[in-house]
Each structure stands twice: as structure tokens, then as C-alpha cells.
Ligand binder design. Structure first.
Ligand code: ADP
Length: 396
């Protein structure tokens, strides 16, 4: 049989992205399609960069239309070569690796919808549409699974144990495929076995998270029970004194849902600088906006705090054999020399020396020869990681 083709299906809360990979032939998708703003009048399909006019009521119709379009272009005519990998945001404490989809995995994803009410139902809609259309092997690749290697002392919250157990309240962590991809590519770049590679991975996009990876495994990550915890993000507050939540609920007479919305959708960069787009905020700062300057300083300050904490945890775990690298990825991490420089400036005494020339030219390696810890910039590729995990699981 010739090599398998993997269709990667990534259903977000209001979007569907589908990529077809043949990993033996290329790291890039053979074809890509997406649909955004599903459920609104502005929903549009895009196939290989060409926009269409179709409106979609739901994820199912968007997924099926993208597949129709791929098939009409002659892709995956041989169904026996096809497998499907689905991104699933939350797999709870049970899903510590990708899982071949069957009734019990569907039930697990459904149970975990209480933790990710916007995402897991959308992921399930993608799975159900794909199963309805294609009788081929399907795999769920979970955002949370890469972090299942955390120790109990890292994932537990200091709340009464009976509540943690009753509701499965613990740190789960997210952006798993991105941090896993960055780990793999860092090991490749450093020419080290993945089991001997340790790093701080910084995924800085609209959503943002940091991850401490020791010998290829996540030992701590900044997102928690939900993606709200940790770094300051586009619209999420990140870490906040939990007492502020009950204070605001009482003072502003907010419902729990309104408080959740405030912290997830109206906070972060948007709450401080009136925009959640870092490019806008940087240009606002350049024209003298004090709010934009504050937002950028807060953003960088919070990342530095996590790097400091994670370097210490890695050195402790590795008995002084700490991080090989600090790696920046995602929209801001990959494209903003300013943020990278603000985050790592002045850390020579910690063995961290950024080379401004390399930083400004967006090189892969951003540190000076003399820097004990390498500083890197790597474009992430979550879809490729999902395809590869799907193929690996099916290859047994
Ligand atoms: P998402 O989490 O939605 O996938 P991305 O990884 O695409 O997000 O990151 C989006 C963020 O990256 C936005 O804040 C955007 O402004 C920022 N970004 C993209 N290019 C640049 C750039 N050249 N300089 C600064 N920020 C950038």
C-alpha cells in the first residue's frame, strides 16, 4: 500500500480548518481549506487562498463543503489511503495521548465539554461529520495530552482535595500540539535526542502560553484548568488574584457567565490598549500612546516572570542541568523582534544573551555564541503535529 494521507480537521468555536497531508511526500499540506465566522452572515469558505461566497449554518455544513471542494479537485480519490486526525481541545485527565476514535472516545470528549463548552462540542461536530462521510480510521489529538506528564505537585491547585476530586479540578494545560512541535524541532535544530532536550517554549499568539519541557516532556505550563490562566493574552487576563472575581461579581452585580466573559473576552491587551492585535498596539506605541506602552510592558513583564520560574524548575528537575533553549513561536513570538528583545534584555548574568542583529532579521537562532542558553525562533505547525501523531498512532 502506498503512504497514508492524513486529513487534519481543526474545528474552533466558530471556524473549521481542514488540511490534507502526505507526510512521506512533504511537510506542507497538499491542500488547505477553511471557513470562518460560522453561524453568521459573514461566514466564508477559503480553499488555497481563494475565497468563496458560501454561508454556513454550522460546522457540519462547512466541513462537508470543504471536503466536496477537495474531492472535486481530485484529492483523496483512494479512500483506503485516507485517515483523519481531529484536534480536540480537552481530553480531561484520561486522555494522556492521541486516541483512536470509537464510541468510548466520543463519550469522553462529550464528558469533557463541561471544561471547554465552546470548543469540545465544535470538535465533536467535526468528528461526527467526518464519521458520517468517511469510513476511515479517525484519531483524536488532544491539546491537553502533552501536559499529562506533569507531576501531581505541579498540576494540583491548593483547594480542598475533595473538591478537586469531585470536579476533576486541576491544571490541564493547552496548546499541546504546538509545544510538542516546538520541542521536536528544537531537538532537531540542536541535534540532540528529544529525550535529552529541555526548553522553555513560549507560544505567543492571540492565546498565549509558556511550557517548561524537561527531557522532551512537559513538566509545567501556564494555562491551567482552562486557557484563562497564565500569560496576558489578546483578550484574556491571564493570572489574576481570584478575589478580584468575587469582588467584581458583587460590586458590578455580574453573573458568573458575565464575569467569565469579562476575563476571557474583554481583558488582556484589549482591556488595556483597546486592541487585541499586537501589530496595532506596537504602532500605537510608536505614535506615543501611553496605554499601548503599558500593555506591551505588562505583556513582556509577565512572560519574563514565567521564564524565570521555569528556568528554576528545569534546573531543579535536571539537578542543575537546566534549559538548552528558550524558544519563541506563534504570531507574536515569530514576528516581533521588539517583544523578544524586551523579554530577554539584560539577562547576561543568567546565561541569556540575545543577538540584536539576528533578532531583527528573524533568524532561527537569536542568541550570541557566548549565550549559555540558546534563544530561538521557530514557526509552529499544529496541523503537521496532529497529522504526525495520527499517523504514528495508526502505524501502531
Ligand atoms: P492565534 O492564536 O489566533 O492563532 P496568531 O498566532 O496568529 O494567533 O497570533 C496573532 C497575534 O500575532 C496578533 O496579536 C498579531 O498582531 C500578532 N502579530 C502578527 N504579526 C506580527 C508582527 N509582525 N509584529 C507583532 N505582532 C504580530
Amino acid at each position: 500500500m502506498s503512504a497514508r494521507q492524513i486529513l487534519v480537521c481543526n474545528c474552533g468555536s466558530s471556524s473549521v480548518k481542514v488540511d490534507l497531508f502526505d507526510l512521506k511526500a512533504s511537510d506542507k499540506p497538499l491542500i488547505s481549506g477553511s471557513a470562518g465566522r460560522i453561524g453568521t452572515d459573514q461566514s466564508r469558505i477559503e480553499i488555497q487562498g481563494n475565497e468563496g461566497e458560501t454561508r454556513f449554518r454550522d460546522h457540519r455544513s462547512a466541513f462537508l463543503e470543504i471536503c466536496d471542494s477537495f474531492e472535486s479537485k481530485g484529492f483523496f480519490s483512494e479512500k483506503e489511503r485516507l485517515a483523519i486526525g481531529h484536534r480536540v481541545v480537552h481530553g480531561g485527565k484520561e486522555a494522556d495521548q492521541p486516541l483512536r476514535i470509537d464510541e468510548s472516545v466520543i463519550a469522553l470528549i462529550d464528558r469533557c465539554s463541561r471544561f471547554a463548552p465552546l470548543h469540545n462540542p465544535a470538535n465533536l461536530a467535526g468528528i461526527e461529520s467526518a464519521m458520517e462521510r468517511y469510513s476511515v480510521p479517525q484519531v483524536a489529538v488532544f491539546d491537553t495530552a502533552f501536559h499529562s506528564s506533569m507531576s501531581e505537585f505541579a498540576y494540583r491547585y491548593a483547594i480542598p482535595s475533595e473538591l478537586s476530586e469531585k470536579y476533576d479540578i486541576r491544571r490541564y494545560g493547552f496548546h499541546g500540539p504546538s509545544h510538542e512541535y516546538i520541542t521536536l524541532k528544537t531537538a532537531e535544530f540542536l541535534n540532540k535526542p528529544i529525550e535529552e532536550t529541555s526548553l522553555v517554549s513560549l507560544h505567543l499568539g492571540n492565546g498565549a502560553s509558556a511550557c517548561a519541557v524537561y527531557n522532551g516532556k512537559s513538566i509545567e505550563t501556564s494555562m491551567g484548568f482552562t486557557p484563562l490562566e497564565g500569560l496576558m493574552m489578546g483578550t484574556r487576563s491571564g493570572d489574576i488574584d481570584p478575589a478580584i472575581v468575587s469582588f467584581l461579581i458583587e460590586s458590578e452585580k455580574l453573573s458568573a457567565k458575565e464575569a467569565d466573559r469579562l476575563l476571557n473576552k474583554q481583558s488582556g491587551l484589549l482591556g488595556i490598549a483597546n486592541s487585541n492585535d499586537m501589530r496595532d498596539i506596537v504602532s500605537q506605541m510608536e505614535t506615543g500612546s501611553t496605554e499601548a506602552k503599558l500593555a506591551i510592558n505588562m505583556f513582556a513583564h509577565r512572560i519574563r516572570k514565567y521564564i524565570g520560574a521555569y528556568l528554576i524548575q528545569l534546573a531543579h528537575t535536571g539537578k542543575n542541568n537546566g534549559a538548552d533553549a528558550i524558544v519563541f513561536t506563534a504570531g507574536i513570538g515569530e514576528n516581533s523582534p521588539l517583544i523578544r528583545s524586551m523579554v530577554l534584555d539584560g539577562l547576561v548574568s543568567f546565561g541569556i544573551e540575545i543577538d540584536e542583529k539576528k533578532n531583527q532579521s528573524n533568524s532561527t537562532l537569536l542568541s550570541k555564541e557566548s549565550s549559555r542558553i540558546k534563544i530561538m525562533r521557530l514557526p509552529t505547525d499544529e496541523e503537521w503535529m496532529i497529522a504526525r501523531n495520527t499517523e504514528k498512532l495508526l502505524a501502531g
